[in-house]
Design a protein around this ligand. Sequence first.
Ligand code: GLC
Ligand code: CA
Length: 545
Amino acid sequence: MESKAWWKKAVIYQIYPRSFYDSNGDGIGDLQGIVKKLDYLKELGVDAVWLSPVYRSPQDDNGYDISDYRDIDPIFGTLQDMDELIFEAKKRGIRIIMDLVLNHTSDEHPWFQEAKKGRNHPYHDYYVWRDGKEGVCPNSLKSTFGGSAWEWVPECGQYYLHQFSAKQPDLNWENPKVRQEIYRMIQWWVNRGVGGFRLDVIDLIGKETDAMVMAEGKMLHPYLKEMSREVFRDSTLVTVGEAWSATPETALLYSNPDGSELSMVFQFEHMVLDQQKGKEKWDLAPLPFVEFKRTLAKWQEALYKKGWNSLFFENHDVPRSVSRFGDDGEYREVCAKMLATCLHGMQGTPYIYQGQELGMTNVRLDISDYRDIELLNMYRERMAAGYSREEIMESIYAKGRDNARTPMQWTGEKNAGFTTGTPWIKVNPNCRQINAAEALAREDSIYHYYQKLIRLRKTEDVLAEGKFELLMPEDEAVFAYTRTEGSTCLLVACNFTAQEAACPVLKAWEQAKALIYNYDGRPEHGKLRPYEAVILKKAERETGL
Ligand code: GLC
Ligand code: CA
């Protein structure tokens, strides 16, 4: 029988469908494109694919603004294509995880179209409205994408709440009808055969709008428990809650092993350290490495045997990890492998974001070539606020979401082999060197290194269940830790710098078996070369490590 917690040993691959593979030459990736690349994913060894939203949508926020939860957007294909994708993936042992955007819909969703007609309309209370006077917002809540979170509708004489763009009105979770409609819709997808769900900004659904508590409001966990009871319980579905505000304490609620809420939490504490404290992500600061280690270690310890975390350094909302945490030039290859080693050695479910397995990098485009609503709004606001153009562009190069959204680099040919037409966003010019065709043909490529790491997850139980212990916590160059279960112990040692680094702990491990390493030979003499990484294994735990 299939284990309920299969996802503890699984590796999940995230696809951003628009940028993955275009099968019909319109410049936009689509479902048939994904079907065509399933063998590539099977070969890599992943267990599940999380698809960013493909539902019908005006695409104001690239599909995170849904106008019909029960249909596929024509730019991606049809429901039949979706059924085919689920079926073909299943044949290859891959589950399809849908992205559920439940905090808001598109303003073009029929519910909102009705809701905005008037206060007494049946769907009106599907959304969050407040009385007011035109020009005087109900309170000072800001939208994540800039400006006020309130939008005036003259027909109602009211404002509606949108925590993201004005085309993404917030759903009113206090209304039981909204919740029931959502559960029925989820069940409809379960019946179609999907393997699980990633729940977009789920920490926001319990919002207490008047108290201006948006994340982790009082009703959040009761709602999650209700949703779990109604649709997730007693299934092998994997459920992943995106929660920017989760703390190790609240994570134990989201991911309680009793299954009362979700399988795991997807939190960002380690991903928001390289910015000025109390400011926005655009206000750049160098990565405080010791704090980065301490943060990851804190989560490892807090959730041990009590919860479950996602492991990731990349997704569609953050920059490329080689560019951000390491080196995307001379040491790009070893660096990409080092970051992968560091991440996959920890406890939790690892996520690979499309192109990460190739070591894809950030991009520098002309402002007119960027597409992301968040980035473009920020550009406009900061220009108006008097920031210099150079400073704004540096922020975009470092943190813009489009860094991760340039097309997947399949080949070194025109448009990276992503499309025969004109891509919806420019291809990174480094596709001539960095592409899947090249990586598949070369035994020591980053892709093949990921393949090995994924296999290790399956063969080394200690990776799933072993206890984590951080070593050399104050060291400014090396991230080293052990994972221990019973008499088995692993040492993971990673050099995060472009200089040779001392790692004395390695000396006690000279006789240990090397499971994986990213240079020609394993590290020697208690030192790590630039961006060097290794996982070593001892069967008997020796004292004094
Ligand atoms: C999540 C998504 C992001 C989207 C936002 C609003 O953070 O990952 O891409 O813009 O929610 O739905
Ligand atoms: Ca297409």
